[in-house]
Design a protein around this ligand. Structure first.
Ligand SMILES: [Fe+2]
Ligand SMILES: [Fe+2]
Length: 348
């Protein structure tokens, strides 16, 4: 069993302790032995590409260079059929919640959002069982954020008692979805940024609200999972061009208010690190590969998703007791238990 104590930052995955490939019963058996009460799947960066309905005129704006680049290079490596296989695997794999940390599209064009939404709707868990955040690509063209909201709002709607509508730029962010014993606190770093940049920013309003949420007594017994597109730590986060500009402020909030797990996307890699929580106790920070990537070469970047198994915990907050990494297997044409021993790299 891979035991990850809450706040333990050494996230290297142990070899050979996962369920047998394709063995649902084995996994379920272990889960009941461990008293697992929730299985949450982390997916990210599907970059679902559809050009049906997109007019060439759509690219005749200031983003046309990026658009052409994506069309002719990137699109070849992000494969919709991989996402379809992931959806089938998730539907078959008995998870209780699916969390996607952004970049559902490439260019934030309306046909892409429609196409992406159709794919997410195939997840049997539905709106309440699937949470989707925006990434920088979902604001690639002006108006992208509105399109994301229009098409994906049911997938990031806060629980009624946590909703706010105060007219700030980030609108409803952070969102809060309590799925006992977990509370998902979703952030938006999605911005319409200048050419050739991909950075993100939370903003002071969102950070202040995050602090309030993390301290809210209603979450005193919950495992607080903070979901964010951009990685908040390491060299990736520090990049001016594609990092998180207010990462230090974010770190301060977590140091003061605490969280049990931070999940992110954006780098398309299995990254692991930690942030100091209250009294210095480490908060694990984890990334994951793109959910559609397969270029036939870079195995470490090949599409994967991770399942976190969580127990209610005898004392204190719930905790992750086991992880399972599922990997796209091109030869099998489906996702299987990861057997490549690709361990999470230290972030930064
Ligand atoms: Fe991405
Ligand atoms: Fe991104």
């Amino acid at each position: 069993m891979t035991r990850v104590a809450p706040g333990h930052g050494n996230e290297t995955r142990a070899r050979g302790d996962a369920a047998e490939p394709g063995s649902r019963s084995c996994s379920a058996g272990k889960a009941s032995i461990l008293g697992v009460v929730m299985r949450i799947a982390h997916i990210s960066d599907p970059h679902l590409l559809s050009l049906s309905g997109a007019r060439w005129l759509d690219f005749a704006n200031k983003r046309w260079i990026g658009g052409m680049n994506l069309l002719f290079k990137r699109g070849r490596h992000h494969k919709n059929e991989v996402f379809e296989a992931m959806v089938a695997d998730l539907n078959d794999h008995r998870v209780d919640h699916v969390l996607c940390t952004g970049d559902v599209t490439n260019l934030a064009l309306e046909p892409e959002f429609r196409f992406a939404r159709e794919h997410f709707d195939r997840l049997e868990l539905g709106f309440d069982g699937v949470t989707v955040l925006p990434g920088n690509h979902d604001a690639y063209v002006e108006g992208g954020s509105d399109q994301f909201r229009e098409h994906f709002e049911p997938y990031f709607r806060s629980d009624p008692e946590w909703r706010r509508d105060d007219g700030h730029d980030h609108g409803a962010w952070p969102i809060v979805r309590v799925r006992p014993p977990v509370a998902i606190i979703g952030l938006s770093t999605s911005l319409h940024t200048p050419w050739f940049t991909a950075y993100g920013r939370l903003g002071s309003d969102q950070l202040e609200r995050l602090r309030e949420i993390l301290r809210d007594p209603r979450l005193a017994d919950a495992m607080r999972v903070v979901a964010i597109h951009h990685p908040p730590i390491g060299g990736h986060a520090a990049s001016r061009g594609r990092g998180l500009h207010d990462r230090e402020e974010f770190a301060r909030v977590l140091a003061e208010a605490g969280a049990e797990l931070v999940l992110h996307g954006h780098e398309h890699r299995d990254l692991a690190g930690q942030l100091p929580g209250p009294n210095g106790a480490p908060i694990p920070v984890r990334g994951i590969q793109s959910g559609t990537f397969d270029d036939g070469k870079r195995d470490a970047m090949r599409a994967r998703y991770r399942v976190y198994e969580i127990t209610a915990g005898a004392a204190g907050r719930p905790e992750v007791v086991r992880e399972e990494l599922r990997a796209w297997a091109p030869s099998a044409g489906r996702f299987v238990d990861d057997e490549t021993a690709v361990s999470a790299r230290a972030a930064g």
